[in-house]
Design a protein around this ligand. Sequence first.
Ligand SMILES: NC(=O)c1ccc[n+]([C@@H]2O[C@H](COP(=O)([O-])OP(=O)(O)OC[C@H]3O[C@@H](n4cnc5c(N)ncnc54)[C@H](OP(=O)(O)O)[C@@H]3O)[C@@H](O)[C@H]2O)c1
Length: 341
Amino acid sequence: MTTRINQKWVLAKRPTGEPTEDCFRLEEESVGELDEGEILVEIKYLSLDPYMRGRMREGKSYAEPIKIGEIITGECAGVVIESKCPRWKVGDTLTVHEGWQSLARVNGEAATLLPADANLAPLSTWLGAVGMPGRTAYFGLQRVGKPKRGETLVVSAASGAVGSVVGQIGRLQGLRVVGVAGGAEKCAYCVEELGFDACIDYKAGTLEEELSASCPNGVDIYFENVGGAVTRAVAGLLNEGARVPICGFISLYNSEEDITQVETPFTVFAGLDTPPEHRFFLVREWFDEWLAASAELAGWIQLGELKYRETVAEGLAQAPAAFRGLLSGQNFGKQLVRVTS
Ligand SMILES: NC(=O)c1ccc[n+]([C@@H]2O[C@H](COP(=O)([O-])OP(=O)(O)OC[C@H]3O[C@@H](n4cnc5c(N)ncnc54)[C@H](OP(=O)(O)O)[C@@H]3O)[C@@H](O)[C@H]2O)c1
């Protein structure tokens, strides 16, 4: 039997503010022989996502925190290299939710294992535009945002994994799409490559004026990804009957303040004279429809109607640095780590 060595990142200590290198520790372990029903997956790509920062906190949110010494949570795309489960054969590609590691030995029947057909869309996109972030955009905009042709949609973190898909689906549905992103390059990409009607650089110091000029008929849907100053600027432009899918608020993720005492999108929107319809949603709410959504997203990619961009860090060793970059906007599009080529 071949002795295979798995490398994995564990949580060495809880971050205070921005996670530092010493919050993470790289460990090695040998992977034993598979039990009946198990498969061994060689990880090709690791997805880095903002929610991982929340799991590094002590308190429970919508999920249990990662314990000290435990593997950092995360979704990966890979290929089956050994199988003792009839559901999977060697060579199958799939996504697994098994964390920051190079080999995943898993129960092949687990519901979290999903096929990732590389003939439909490249394997990496099953963690991005076709995978969890794409589905988040797909369901959040359509089921919570409830778009109607001709309406104005504003989306923040617009060039990112979720935001870029939100804006493009909005465009496909006949909305006026206005993005908000950090920096001229990201904004130019949203307009020139993705077809947004406008995109505003919130770092340029003219957010409120530019937003109001770009939304002459007000805002009907605000897809919330960031919180903070962007939220306050959009709040003043919301039309009666507006909808706000609250997907996340990354500007607060590194904050050490008590979340019950700080301004959040919930306090901003609930405090308006005419609050919009707003709620936090989780992509998991539509788990039963995930594969159908992925198929539709992959179809749009094949037709050239959905474009995506990836930032790929090379090697598992780079995961902590790439994760820190994601929390400060250094990624451009979906942040991935190529674990093995
Ligand atoms: N509810 C759900 O089920 C669900 C699922 C997936 C993701 N999400 C949420 O969706 C949001 C976007 O996630 P993603 O995976 O698509 O990430 P992403 O947009 O690809 O990357 C994060 C981006 O956030 C922006 N950002 C970072 N700090 C910021 C700040 N202080 N103020 C404003 N923008 C900031 C940066 O873009 P700029 O350079 O443009 O600032 C950065 O590139 C996050 O809030 C995430 O938690 C929710």
